[in-house]
Write a protein of this length. Structure first.
Length: 260
């Protein structure tokens, strides 16, 4: 696929996907969503990639939202289709990837931009970041999972306030809400994300995938997270990584996981 709006770097087991439409503050138009789907799918399928980092290009924005110019004249059915297709292609897709996804929020993360960060498995932010779901100021609501994932992270009351006021919170408020895990300077943002990625990479990727499945199950309708945990726990015992991890511990050496 010809990538126009994203850059993809792949080094030492870390794939970095950079949304690259800085003149539009990296707003998510249809093409960008499709390119992101492709990039996430390809990197998730690459056994050499152990962690994916998603960030925005430039110093101003992670992503300033879905591209408003593309949906301003949509009908009811087109609006519903926009949300359902976007969720399937990108937001749910990312949340359910078996490769860990870290969002490095480097500036404005608004609307669909914050929803993309919410879909990642966790978030780190630079101190200039501003986050919000301003959709009701446009006469619409968050449609890429924001009404569900924001309350899961920050609690219902804070999510209600953020969505109703359409306001933005700064990086330190996001930290105190539990919306982001760490805040650092702009220069240190990617190095920090990479440092966390390196720690993750020392562990079994098949066990990490099982953990993601189990954690996500607790937030899915009709699924019992505890049952999923039992199944995934059992599944781990059949993996080469489990044998290697337990043997390495008993032999007092560092495990050399093959991700199998
Ligand atoms: N969709 C489409 N274009 C967008 C966009 C979006 N969500 N966010 C920013 N842009 C475009 C602007 O239209 C502008 O394009 P132009 O130079 O061709 O006019 C460019 O990006 C720069 O944005 P600008 O508004 O000039 O920057 P700013 O620093 O004055 O303001 C924001 C920054 C983030 C406060 C402002 O761009 C904004 O409010 N964006 C929309 C946020 C939003 O409502 N997102 C939710 C969408 S559902």
């Amino acid at each position: 696929m010809n990538l126009e709006n994203i850059l993809l770097e792949n080094e030492n087991g870390i794939a970095t996907i950079i949304i690259d439409r800085p003149s539009k503050l990296n707003a998510l138009n249809k093409k960008t969503i499709s390119e992101l789907h492709h990039a996430f799918k390809e990197t998730d399928n690459d056994p050499k990639v152990k962690v994916i980092i998603i960030t925005g290009s430039g110093e101003k924005a992670f992503v300033a939202g879905a591209d408003i110019s593309e949906f301003a004249d949509f009908s009811v059915s087109e609006g519903a289709q926009l949300a359902s297709e976007g969720q399937a292609m990108l937001f749910d897709f990312v949340a359910n990837l078996s490769t860990p996804v870290i969002a490095a929020v480097n500036g404005f993360a608004l609307g669909g931009g914050l929803e993309l960060a919410l879909a990642a498995h966790f978030r780190v932010a630079s101190d200039n970041a501003k986050m919000g779901l301003p959709e009701v100021s446009l006469g619409v609501i968050p449609g890429y999972g924001g009404t569900q994932r924001l309350p899961q992270l920050v609690g219902k009351g804070r999510a209600m306030e953020m969505i109703m006021t359409a306001g933005m919170i700064d990086a330190n408020t996001a930290l105190s809400y539990g919306l982001v895990n760490h805040v650092t300077t702009q220069e240190e943002l990617l190095p920090l994300a990479e440092k966390i990625a390196s720690k993750i990479m020392r562990n079994s990727s098949v066990a990490i995938a099982a953990a993601i499945t189990s954690i996500n199950a607790g937030f899915k309708d009709g699924e019992n997270g505890f049952d999923t945990e039992v199944t995934q726990f059992g599944h781990c015992f059949g993996t080469a990584d489990f044998k290697e991890g337990t043997q390495a511990f008993l032999q007092k050496r560092r495990a050399d996981f093959q991700g199998e």
